[in-house]
Design a protein around this ligand. Structure first.
Ligand SMILES: Nc1ncnc2c1ncn2[C@@H]1O[C@H](COP(=O)(O)OP(=O)(O)O)[C@@H](O)[C@H]1O
Ligand SMILES: [Mg+2]
Length: 342
């Protein structure tokens, strides 16, 4: 399907989210542009500190102070049912009061999030069941008994063993993998249009990770939701996503479909990330390629292209001075690099 035929769910335009600290301003997200299509998965990759989580938090309007969105638009295309007809509306999430009614209606019900560490969204003092029921009753007009039934159904759906009993357990009585399932059950209990998954399996062993990824794909298919899947694991990207954006220092440096990302990456940063993946069958003596240098500290982002000090294809006299434009190199494939700007 060409991009024009795919219905848009979320459009992020020139998003800038800064933290104003005594030491200086951290430009955590610094002009990010991307789209999420309805029912599809967008992968978000990049090294640690590149602004992936702050982008996610900006969408849900849960950026902690002293951080705030200073520029940009986040357009959410809502389709709701009103009687027999569908109502389409577009809401700029950046314009909402972060504590207001409108964002609270969206958060958890239309857009929900799962984190790497389940205890950031599960309360230790309430049972799993009560927490899922609370999410359901906040957004749906159901009785307590119905909410409990739905909670058990959801726990069953995410592969929780003995959901009738687990529903009355506390988070600390469950293993890490089971807590992750409980968090996913809670996030999906209201059938969101978009699930933001921020490194949801990073802390798990590979077997549990594989189970959770399979589960997320099944639930996505059955519920028709879109997923924004944040990870630094390119293997997970290959398995899970249709489209990918690569972030570096608060900017999207490349955006394309997943096949093109692996077979025809354009940005030197993307190429370096791909070379850094260990390959099956690689001789142990052969050195793993690592990207030279490290992500600069966020107070002192380099002039010009922020990747130039680490880039193996730097154009002297250009990349150190001029910030590269974001250009479309082929339909649906954008790159922020001087190599393609001519
Ligand atoms: N609460 C905060 N206060 C100050 N700086 C923050 C805060 N959260 C994130 N940052 C900074 O914003 C930048 C992007 O962080 P983050 O989005 O968490 O990166 P990623 O998820 O890609 O690893 C980093 O430099 C980080 O230190
Ligand atoms: Mg993060």
């Amino acid at each position: 399907m060409s991009n024009q035929d795919r219905p848009l769910l979320l459009e992020v335009h020139n998003l800038r989210t800064y933290f104003f600290l005594d030491e200086g301003t951290v430009r955590a997200v610094d002009g990010a542009d991307f789209v999420v299509y309805r029912g599809q998965t967008l992968g978000v990759v990049g090294e640690s500190g590149c602004g992936k989580s702050v982008t996610a938090r900006s969408i849900l309007r849960i950026v902690p102070p002293p951080g705030r969105i200073v520029e940009g638009k986040i357009l959410y295309h809502r389709v709701s049912k009103n009687g027999g007809s569908q109502v389409a509306e577009t809401i700029d999430l950046t314009a909402l009061d972060p504590r207001g009614r409108e964002i609270r209606r969206i958060r958890g019900a239309e857009i929900s999030m799962v984190f790497q560490e389940p205890m950031t969204s599960l309360s230790p003092v309430h049972t799993i069941g009560n927490q899922i029921m609370e999410a359901i009753m906040l957004h749906q007009n159901v009785t307590k008994e119905e909410a409990r039934e739905k909670a058990i159904e959801m726990l069953d759906r995410v592969g929780m063993p003995q959901p009738q009993r687990t529903v009355d357990r506390y988070p600390h009585q469950l293993s890490g993998g089971m807590r992750q399932r409980a968090m996913i059950a809670m996030a999906l209990s209201c059938h969101p249009a978009l699930l933001i998954a921020d490194e949801p399996t990073t802390a798990l062993d590979v077997t549990t990770e594989a189970q959770i990824l399979k589960l997320m794909r099944e639930l996505q298919r059955d519920l028709g939701m879109a997923i924004m899947f944040i990870t630094h694991n390119l293997g997970v990207i290959a398995q899970m996503t249709e489209d990918v954006i690569v972030m570096y220092l608060g900017k999207v440096v490349e955006a394309t479909d997943v096949d093109t990302l692996f077979y025809n990456p354009k940005h030197p940063y993307t190429q370096a990330l791909l070379r850094s993946i260990p390959r099956v069958g690689r001789k142990s003596r052969e050195r793993l390629h690592v990207i030279p240098g490290w992500v600069p500290d966020p107070y002192s982002v380099p002039e010009g292209c922020p990747f130039h000090p680490r880039c193996d294809q730097v154009i002297r006299g250009v990349c150190e001075e001029v910030e590269p434009p974001y250009v479309e190199v082929e339909p649906g494939h954008q790159v922020r690099c001087h190599l393609y700007a001519r």
